[in-house]
Ligand binder design. Structure first.
Ligand code: ATP
Length: 245
């Protein structure tokens, strides 16, 4: 099945009564594209991904308005496994790999929800081609991998669920520039293989290079949006997120 449009309309999210993290956010991830979300710390980027993946409740947050749809399916209100089953899969912030399990065991954990689908072995092969270092180290404990390798494993584990849309939360955070570039190349390769990507990134230059469209979140609202070319040319984006001009 070809991927469909992920559409967020007028999304409002609160944490308790005092924190309104998103107010009236609308954005789209067109099929087959990489869409980037930029924004300062606290702008609401992670909250947006939590709302889509159904994990907001684990953080005491609630969707208090708006809709999240994937094609003709409503995602808001679904539990996380049901969102994954519909093909929308998040790579959590901070990687969250299982450090005491091996690389292989981590990958298998990512495929559990998709156990009944055929092709799990083929998916694993494809992931190991994408990340040769994971193939080399497949029997090692994941906790022994470098930060960049752990990020690769976290992405690989999410790919085991055969996503149509991959939600990435700051995948290059804390990585050396060369490793960040490699992660960027991998995101491009995953996208070329047909998976749409919603990419949250503090590395705005990398994100705008990878993405077709981008949004800038500021204190819970969309302040700017457009094609990556348009945003790369915007004075405000250049000054605030690209550190030039
Ligand atoms: P960062 O890059 O720092 O992760 P962000 O853009 O991802 O920032 P969020 O983490 O989504 O921003 O946070 C948006 C707002 O919601 C912030 O004001 C934050 O303090 C608040 N917030 C996030 N999680 C919670 C929570 N579990 N309880 C209360 N407030 C929260």
């Amino acid at each position: 099945m070809a991927s469909a449009m992920l559409a967020i309309r007028d999304l409002t999210v609160n944490y308790g009564r005092s924190v309104q993290a998103l107010r009236g956010v609308s954005l789209e991830v067109a099929p087959g594209t990489v869409t980037a979300v930029l924004g300062a710390n606290g702008a609401g980027k992670t909250t947006l991904l939590r709302a889509i993946s159904g994990t907001l409740g684990f953080h005491r947050g609630t969707v208090d308005g708006g809709t999240i749809t994937y094609g003709d399916q409503q995602l808001s209100g679904l539990q996380p496994p049901a969102v994954v089953a519909r093909g929308v899969v998040q790579v959590p912030e901070g990687r969250r790999i299982f450090g005491r399990l091996t690389v292989d065991e981590n990958l298998r954990a990512g495929g559990l929800g998709a156990a009944s689908r055929s092709g799990a072995a083929a998916t694993r092969e494809r992931i190991l081609e994408l990340f040769p270092v994971l193939a080399e180290r497949h029997k090692q404990r994941a906790g022994l991998l470098s930060g960049g390798e752990q990020q690769m494993l976290a992405i690989g584990r999410a790919l085991m669920a055969a996503p149509k849309v991959l939600l990435l939360d700051e995948p290059t955070l804390g990585l050396a520039p060369m490793m960040a570039e490699r992660i960027g190349e991998t995101i491009a390769a995953i996208n070329e293989q047909g998976t749409s990507v919603l990419l949250i990134e503090q590395n705005a230059a990398l994100a705008l290079r990878l993405a077709t469209n981008a949004y800038v979140l500021e204190v819970g609202s969309v302040a700017l949006s457009g094609t990556s070319a348009e945003l790369s040319a915007s004075d405000e984006v250049r000054r605030r997120y690209l550190g030039v001009g």
